[in-house]
Design a protein around this ligand. Sequence first.
Ligand SMILES: Nc1ncnc2c1ncn2[C@@H]1O[C@H](COP(=O)(O)OP(=O)(O)OP(=O)(O)O)[C@@H](O)[C@H]1O
Ligand SMILES: [Mg+2]
Length: 493
Amino acid sequence: MMLLVATALAVPAVGITAVWQRQLDAQVDEQLRREADELRRFAGAAREPGTGRPFSDGAALLTAYMSVNLPRRDATLFSIVDGRADRRSPADPPTRLDRDPAVVARLAAVRGTGIGWVDSPAGRVRYGVIPVRVSGDPRDVRLVVLEFRDRQQHQEHRVARMLLGAGAAALVLAGLASWLVAGRVLAPIRLVRKTAERIGEDDLRRRLAVSGSDDVAALAHTFNHMLDRLENAFTTQRRFLDEVAHELRTPITVIRGHLELMDGGAAEQSATRALVVDELDRMGRIVQDLLLLAKAERPDFLTVGSTHLTDLVVDAVAKARALGQRNWRVAHVSEATVLLDGQRVTQALMQLASNAVRHTEDGDLIELGSLVRGDRVLLWVRDTGPGVGPHDRERIFDRFAQAVRPGARDAARTTGIGLGLAIVLEIAQAHGGTARVEDVRTGGARFVMDLPRRTPYVEGDDEPDTHRGGRAKDRRLRRKGPALQRLRDHGRR
Ligand SMILES: Nc1ncnc2c1ncn2[C@@H]1O[C@H](COP(=O)(O)OP(=O)(O)OP(=O)(O)O)[C@@H](O)[C@H]1O
Ligand SMILES: [Mg+2]
């Protein structure tokens, strides 16, 4: 940055100096030309003081010229008569070249009017030689004009040095100012960085203090939001792990306890074996459910296809019958074909049905139904059990969460894990929908999966279904025969 500014300052200084030098050279040559013109004019008009006639002595003419025509500073005039320096202008020049025989000889040898360079102790000198011819004077008379160009450049160098000096000072000042300003501007960002460094996994509660409404404040806001999400994610993960550990530890402790005590008779051994198998089943179910929940995060979790809603519900009821002796019924069914993953949705309905069985008695009513309402597809399981209290309605969809029900809690604990509704919710969310439990006026609970309606194709349209397994599944469903006929069959059972 500083290098850039330094270059920006140096380039004009160097450029100005170069232009100036060229101008000076041109000025020197112009000066020499003017001197020649001046001399020509003087020679035409000047008269000898004694006679009042034009000069007949060239040397005297030049002496008279030099007495009235004073050279500029850093310039001098002198005359050469027959190869020898004669007179010079009054002011003292930087160095007396008229006394240098070599220079004088060289100037005396110039043919006609000439311009050139000659070196001197005072640096390079630009000379001009102007021969003078006066009638009646046969001698070789010439006027020499010397411009001490290096002396003049000295001035110029001083200005260039001043320019560069001022530039360097400005550079230092600008650097200092930018350092101070950058320090002030970057201070909040530095604070963000330091806070970020201090925030570890164990200290996610720390937040940045936000003041003002500038970009840095917006950055701090975004950073705080990100920390909120991180903290939330860490807390959920930690809680989840605690719960998994707890759930797995319990069956292990139970198994260990029983195995340690297992030295009784055959009846006791068989009872212990049954218990161990039961606890192992439970552990197996936990692992299986956790795997399913982990898989729900993956993009290939669903295999969506055309699914007839009536077939889906009727099939689900048929499967659910195996769960317990209840009054199983198909409630309202929709004759619509929609796009969804029939297997996963059936899996969710089975979780809901198993919950309904767990919370009802033999012969109690359990209903499954489907309905298309606008652009939503509703699938539900209703039972006539104790229902879910308002405080538990959201909570029970969390992993390992179970409703607080004094008395019934211990019994549920031995069978349930608290992952069923989490799986239902994941399946609904994977479809872009949600799951909830609703109030039933007549008592009991109604668990609803609320999914967006996606239609596979228009009736009669032969467009292939782009979703994996969709067409095959549809054909499979059609082979099963008209859904209403199946409903009637179901009613007869
Ligand atoms: N039909 C229902 N009626 C009353 N309460 C219910 C019903 N279904 C679920 N619940 C309550 O919600 C809790 C969570 O249900 P969820 O299916 O997630 O777990 P679970 O049935 O206890 O165990 P899992 O399904 O993992 O074997 C249950 O423990 C129960 O308290
Ligand atoms: Mg359950």
